[in-house]
Write a protein that binds this ligand. Sequence first.
Ligand code: CTP
Length: 225
Amino acid sequence: MTSPGAPLPSLLITAGPTHEPIDAVRYIANRSSGRLGIALSDEATRRGLSVRLLLGPTPLTPAHSPTTLERFRTTTDLQRLLATHLPQATILIMAAAVADYRPVADAAALVGKRRREATGLTLTLEATPDLLAQAASTRRPGQFLVGFALETRSDLLTSGRAKLDRKGIDMIVANPLETMDSDTIEATVMTRDGLVHSTAGAVLKRAFAPWLLDIILAAAAHADH
Ligand code: CTP
């Protein structure tokens, strides 16, 4: 869906959860499998596009090797990889389920294992930086940024739209909470210029990827930067 003669876009795709360490053997995570980001990477690779996939801790792997695959574990790892690679990308697809909170860094705890205390344990969590909002604030002209929004079904459209505006991105893919760690997805895609596309109910993530990639490539090609 790119216009004839136009240079092919180069995609930066993030996928999977982050793991935020509590000590050397424990972490805070979420239920993201990375399945959707991997399916998007596979589809774009199959179409001959340049794809750099940044993949979090998940046992799933791409069926088609992307141009480059790099792994991350924590939000900080992903933040560094984005700082390095975003400048070269034309499209960022931020499918990673980045933690919103992480344990406050404690260098001593990270090299050892916390002992069990009968009195319990209180963890202090700090907010992580919003990587997508950071990407939007440092973007160069011509870059197209896509985010995802996991929302309760009743708020899907209003919260998705608010997130699109708040983060300063070009497109948001809003999904109900049940999407996480599932084979299927039900999505509403909204762009900054007000375009809305919805799937016809829940579809397999493998089938959803080509549908979404068509929408992203068409919108990125026509974006008014
Ligand atoms: N995201 C990010 N950095 C974070 C948290 C989220 O870049 N620290 C990105 C996700 O990759 C996703 C989008 O922001 O593309 C929305 O994630 P979501 O968890 O739905 O939204 P939050 O910004 O975390 O807001 P809330 O949890 O309050 O709904």
